[in-house]
Design a protein around this ligand. Sequence first.
Ligand code: TEU
Ligand code: CA
Length: 545
Amino acid sequence: GIERKWWHTATVYQIYPRSFRDSNGDGIGDLPGIIDRLDYLQALGVAVIWLSPIYASPMDDNGYDISDYQAIAPEFGTLADFDRLVAQARQRGMGIILDLVVNHTSDEHPWFTQARRSKDNAYRDFYVWRPPAPDGGPPNDLTSSFGGPAWTFDSTTQEYYLHLFSRRQPDLNWENPRVRDEIYRMMNWWLDRGIAGFRMDVIDLIGKKVDEGITADGPHLHDYLQEMNRRTFGSRDILTVGEAWSATPGSALLYSGRDRKELSMVFQFEHVTQGWDEVHGKWRPKPIDLVKLKSVLGKWQHALAEDGWNSLFWGNHDLPRAVSRYGDASGYHVESAKMLATVLHLMKGTPFIYQGEEIGMTNVPFARIEQYRDVETLNMHRLHVEAGLSPEEFLRGANQSGRDNARTPMQWSTAPHGGFTTGSPWIEVNPNYPTLNAENQVNDERSIWSHYRKLIALRKEHAVVVYGTFQSWFDQHPEVFVYTRTLDHQQLLVVANFVPREVALTLPGELQLSGHCLISNYSPPHELGEELHLRPYEAFALLCA
Ligand code: TEU
Ligand code: CA
């Protein structure tokens, strides 16, 4: 069996600091704002808080472009604020995990400002430089995730540098042992401040071999992770989760297998990308194909059943709001948000909640490109419109998948700007805040928030939620998701209707169980029997002993 770890029973809450809570009226969320809301997070029951980057940064990509790994961005606060946050979180039984962005730095990081000075600068090899192709163009045809070539020409030394993201995010050269030394030193410095772990940004890219056109999953990736583990957190009991868009069930076992000495788990994205258009990708998402979605989720449940560990998530700061993407944000907002939470949180793995998901926040509708701030959306807008797409059509896709549509400020109350700031927010608040906000929900037993609180508690109370064997039923059914979790003599049955209409379902004999209802999104909960008449987006879980 699996060795028990504290993070098996934990639920993680992701904070996007810029949009969480502004304490000083400058319109930007900050660390004192987070400290101010620790009681809220404790009441929800989360054990871990993942902070998106809080380091010094010119904020070209909202902090995923770091100019000093050992300083806090002034708009977010100070190191003293950070230490206070760690201490006050710990007093409430919560740990802080940091976003480790080490595939690249900011172009304003001193390593890069040095490196670009001359070809023989001591920091030159901290980055990836190549001479121009014979025609003067980029060394090869690698492209940036944010559009255009992954190479920018630097006139001082007449060479190109690599950036798999924005041109202001030059890629570090992990083949250089000095780079690795510096990063490990920095990681230990944060670990010594008492953090509970790291979320590792695009960690699958650090082993790249650009001359062979290899970016993800390079030949030395796992060597680097094992070295990192050995030289930094290996001896400490922390949570590490690697972001790996390229992860397959096979590679996930390398990252998180029990004898590998690499990471606790990875974020894999197969359930996300299966819903993307073959040509236009996320900018033209396909309608939900539940049979496919279930098959991907089930595949991962099985692949990491005996070894490794899954992360569980519907959304994050790069993805659409869960209820907007997979549920019904208008007609059955509450029911579908709770249904999605039920299905996700009762699978095997560590669940991640993206701030605001616990109150069912929705994608903001933006009508004009000027309402966007995100470097990815702005770049893509320019490229698509240059290529002949109408601005209206681009905005349609952006409203579904633009990152800013899910990055609007946390909706705390009915106060102006949702109580996020007393000033003017860095990005507009979703206009639905007067009805959709935390204040309305925390004291309401029937709210989405209360449903999340119950789910988080169930994971702590019932070993079957944590360790039970997953089995899915009705795999070919296009409207319902049914699965069981089994541990010793206990069985958990989860039934969820994914559509806005009634669905009749006849349970097979083995599932005609009696037991008690652990959680339901309708009240009174479902009448049990051999014939189920599921109401729109109905979901419930039954515990049978
Ligand atoms: O994301 C990695 C990444 O590839 C995303 O940018 C994603 O692929 C993109 O949104 C798809 O269109 C991580 C961070 O989560 C993201 O916020 C950063 O912008 C990116 O790395 C660069 O650090
Ligand atoms: Ca502020």
